[in-house]
Design a protein around this ligand. Structure first.
Ligand SMILES: Cc1cc2nc3c(=O)[nH]c(=O)nc-3n(C[C@H](O)[C@H](O)[C@H](O)COP(=O)(O)O)c2cc1C
Length: 160
């Protein structure tokens, strides 16, 4: 390999993304969530999206196992703290978080710019991550124009 893991991460960081929190509920009712920027659209018909989750993440077993339903919450620039809460190791970020039921039993975070309620469609191995493809069963469009961005390892906002 002609590059170091650091080079790889730095180069990946040149791809600007939004930030999302994928939320779910375990069978015993416990809520869980993880901050991701690996969200991508996959297919229009059927409506499919994907994200990848690190096999070492605390929530991996859930997303690759029982959690066949989940909600992908696309964060607004006012939800930076929400992103931090759900990316801190060993977090239980739910105390100060406003959410409601998405109509499918999953927590939908209040104030997100969009939310996709999904059912797991496929699960693929992707090196040290698992790629989870979700079929979108429902969606909510929030207030547009102010998404939270991630570039170069830092949060950003749109300045157009
Ligand atoms: C902006 C941002 C994007 C992230 N994207 C992903 C991702 O796509 N997949 C992933 O597995 N982890 C991602 N992470 C890291 C997880 O949020 C974090 O490692 C995890 O929640 C750590 O806690 P845990 O091990 O207790 O689950 C991202 C973190 C940040 C701040």
């Amino acid at each position: 390999m002609s590059f170091s893991p650091r080079d790889f991460r730095d180069c990946l960081g040149q791809f600007t993304t939004g930030v999302a929190v994928v939320t779910t509920r375990a069978q015993d009712g416990t809520k869980a969530g993880i901050t991701i920027n690996s969200f991508a659209s996959v297919s229009l018909d059927p409506a499919l999206v994907l994200f990848s989750v690190d096999q070492r993440a605390a929530t991996h077993a859930l997303f690759a196992g029982d959690a066949t339903r989940f909600c992908i919450n696309i964060l607004s620039q006012d939800q930076r703290e929400v992103s931090e809460l759900f990316s801190a190791p060993g977090q239980d970020g739910w105390h100060n978080i406003a959410y409601e039921d998405d109509g499918h039993g999953m927590p939908r975070l209040t104030g997100s710019v969009a939310a996709f309620s999904c059912e797991r469609h496929a699960l693929y191995e992707g090196g040290d991550h698992s790629i989870i493809v979700g079929q979108v069963k429902d969606l909510v469009m929030g207030e547009t124009g102010a998404p939270l961005l991630y570039y170069g390892g830092r949060y950003r906002s749109l300045a157009d």
